[in-house]
Design a protein around this ligand. Structure first.
Ligand code: SAH
Length: 697
């Protein structure tokens, strides 16, 4: 079987479909999966084990045989816990074939083959009866099918089906229930991920302000979940306007309904402010009494309890359709709507004389359809990109650089996706401004957004959008003029790793014949930087587990290792490091430079060298990022912003993902008088636009 994998080509900026062997997909799946992270989640594992033991005991106390159904068994971990706890038999269901195979091996290695039957099916395909997959219905239902949004991986339809067809009425369930919590907050930082703020530009003839089109004001945005490591959000970046409130619960021991519905609670703000964001997380009670509780609550909710780090479950940020000023003590209704797989929120003010959170009277204003972006901006800009465009510091650096290079007779061409640079260039007095924009991003045509944005700012005839690819640029697009200033951020929606934005260099090369001999290119160059780091926690996602709660899961470790070694899984991977604290063990080092004033060369660019480990710590990997040199003395970093203290704690650009290359083995640097050196070889292949690297410790 062959699969086709979509991949952006960094030399053309467009998607290509590559035919891959059948192994490709599952190696990617396993190498990048969260299985390792789950096995390292001690808090989760311990509590599942406690809950499973308690459930088996309750069934045994009733004098019944304990028959377990474990949906989504993965490594088989929860079934092995059940078998150890004395369950008579376990049906372990796993839809993903390589995992089901691994589960068979792991179960056998741990000596549970007679107690656990692994079934490689989706649970909705499982049959019950003398000839079926299961002899009889189970009386203990164990699952771990949750994502950060709780229901995003299809837990509800799976439970709904299991209660109808696979388990007995009155069964025990581990977890027994899940509860979703919310807190209303005001946060300029998080709100900047959803809305375009006015952009202020100091121009020669006074201040110019770019305003968003009015459609953007009330646009509900897109339904995809915004899941982040909320514990990395400093309390100075938001103000809580309400207490933590229980939004809804699901009892997994009873029949579950997956059909769309909504839940409503009454809120009284503890503070006046602008309601913008609903922060949300959940917990699961492993037993009916709620004594065994596993929670995703962020740091400020129970400041005394130890936080378990995990990446497979984080917290959610929901954006209200529009900002709502609220007063302390005023009565509000918060509504959570959900379909089978996702949740979204609305806030309403209570009408005069209303007191109860009584759903009926409000039915009319509940918007049960999931949010659809009407302004089109949310299709062009994702949340980190909104944040980047709203970063006034960053805008200021571009404005200052543009001011240095633009003249009144400048003919300016901008190449970057969804960029506001052409507007800045126009405000700063460039005579003619054109911008190359893809005519399509996926299925979406950004043209109408530009029209709306230009209209709202009376720029219709001031900036020309060229919907051609750089190699198809014609003199007529430029009114037969040569380009005197070529600018880019650079930013492209198809980029995954930092150096994929070097597409700007390829585009610059493609438009070479249109450049004036005295052209200024902004940025004039870019550089790739690298630093060796110790992660506080992120190392767990790639680290073998060995023994998990007494069960040997090394088979899984080996499988992940195989998949990582399979082809390009060995490459660096993108991570937004502001969410993943680390400390620098080496000085940041510039390893390659890219000269945008020249064309992309034919030959590869490579470098070799060594870097000293200057701090004590575990070298988990190297982080790489790009810096763009806009003009003399003005550079922007898409990675390291600063090393904030003598311990080496790093501050990263909050809008960008950095590249992380995990070392296959960790070394501990100890003696600082004789520093350990890490040698590296880095190669930028100008034919493919990819960077290959190798490190020796
Ligand atoms: N139970 C394991 C693994 C949890 S990950 C543990 O706790 O460590 C969830 C697993 O469920 C994944 O392997 C996924 O492939 C599988 N899965 C999800 N929904 C399923 C369904 N309805 N039927 C069968 N497998 C499912």
């Amino acid at each position: 079987m062959k699969t086709f994998c979509g991949r952006a080509n960094p030399t053309t900026g467009s998607m290509e479909w590559l035919e891959e062997g059948e192994d490709y997909d599952y190696h990617q799946e396993i190498a990048r999966s969260r299985y390792a992270d789950m096995l390292h989640d001690k808090d989760r594992n311990v509590k599942y084990y406690q809950g499973i033991r308690a459930a088996v005991s309750r069934v045994k106390e009733r004098g019944e045989k304990a028959i377990v159904l474990d949906i989504g068994t993965g490594t088989g971990l929860l079934s092995m816990m059940a078998a150890s706890a004395g369950a008579d038999f376990c049906y372990a269901i796993e839809v993903f074939k390589p995992m089901a195979n691994a589960a068979v091996k792991i179960v056998e290695k741990n000596g549970f083959s007679d107690k656990i039957k692994v079934i490689n099916k989706h649970s909705t395909e499982v049959t019950v009866g003398p000839e079926g997959d299961m002899q009889c219905r189970a009386n203990i239902l164990v699952t771990e099918l949750f994502d950060t949004e709780l229901i995003g991986e299809g837990a509800l339809p799976t439970y709904e089906h299991a209660h109808k067809y696979l388990v007995q009425e009155g069964c025990e369930a581990v977890p027994h229930r899940a509860t979703v919590y919310v807190q209303l907050v005001e946060s300029k930082r998080m709100w900047s991920w959803k809305k375009l703020f006015p952009v202020h530009v100091e121009a020669e003839d006074g201040e110019k302000i770019l305003v968003p089109p009015s459609e953007m004001e009330n646009c509900p945005g897109v339904p995809s979940v915004c899941d982040i490591q909320l514990n990395q959000m400093p309390s100075s970046d938001f103000t809580t306007l309400s207490d933590v409130v229980t939004m809804f619960s699901v009892d997994f021991s009873k029949p579950v309904q997956s059909a769309s519905t909504y839940y409503r609670v009454q809120l009284e703000p503890v503070k006046s402010g602008k309601a913008q964001i609903v922060l949300s997380w959940w917990d699961i009670d492993m037993d009916p009494s709620g004594m065994i509780n596993c929670t995703m609550a962020p740091y400020w909710v129970k400041p005394t309890s130890a936080l378990q780090w995990r990446d497979h479950w984080m917290q959610c940020v929901y954006f209200l359709p529009h900002e709502e000023p609220v007063l302390q003590g005023e009565k509000l209704y918060l509504t959570a709507c959900r379909d089978e797989y996702s949740v979204w929120y609305n806030l309403q003010k209570a009408r005069e004389g209303e007191n109860k959170a009584d759903g009926e009277e409000h039915k009319a204003d509940v918007r049960v359809e999931s949010p659809v972006c009407r302004c089109r901006a949310h299709l062009l800009w994702n949340r980190p990109r909104f944040g980047e465009l709203n970063d006034q510091n960053r805008t200021r650096q571009y404005v200052e650089s543009l001011r240095k290079v633009l003249k009144t007779d400048s003919v300016c061409l901008c190449i970057s996706d969804g960029t506001l640079l052409p507007v800045l260039a126009h405000y700063l007095g460039a005579k003619q401004v054109q911008c190359m924009q893809p005519s399509r991003i996926g299925l979406y045509h950004p043209h109408e957004l530009w029209q709306a944005l230009f209209k709202a700012n009376h720029l219709e005839d001031k900036i020309k959008i060229i919907e051609a690819r750089p190699e198809l640029l014609k003199p007529s697009h430029l009114e037969d003029k040569k380009i005197s200033v070529l600018v880019g951020e650079p930013f492209f929606t198809t980029s995954l790793l930092p150096w994929h934005n070097l597409y700007f260099w390829y585009a610059r090369t493609a438009v070479s014949t249109h450049l004036a001999s005295s052209v200024t290119v902004l940025p004039q160059s870019a550089s790739l930087h690298m630093m060796i780091v110790e992660f506080q926690d992120l190392w767990r996602i790639r680290s073998p587990c060995g023994i998990c709660e007494g069960f040997d899961v090394q088979t899984m470790d080996d499988m992940i290792k195989d998949s990582l070694n399979f082809r390009e899984s060995k490459e660096a991977e993108p991570h937004p490091l502001w969410e993943y604290p680390c400390k620098s063990l080496s000085d940041p080092q510039e390893v390659l430079t890219f000269d945008f004033t020249k064309r992309v060369p034919q030959h590869c660019l490579s470098t070799e060298g060594s870097v000293n480990l200057l701090r004590k710590g575990k070298s988990h990997g190297a982080v790489l990022w790009m810096e763009y040199h806009l003009a003399a003395d003005i550079s922007v970093s898409t990675g390291l912003m600063q090393i904030s203290n003598e311990k080496g704690n790093c501050e990263w650009n909050p809008h960008c993902k950095q590249a992380v290359y995990f070392f296959s083995s960790v070394i501990e640097s100890e003696i600082l008088s004789d520093p350990t050196a890490v040698t590296y070889a880095i190669n930028f292949d100008t034919k493919t636009g990819e960077i290959a690297m190798d490190f020796k410790l």
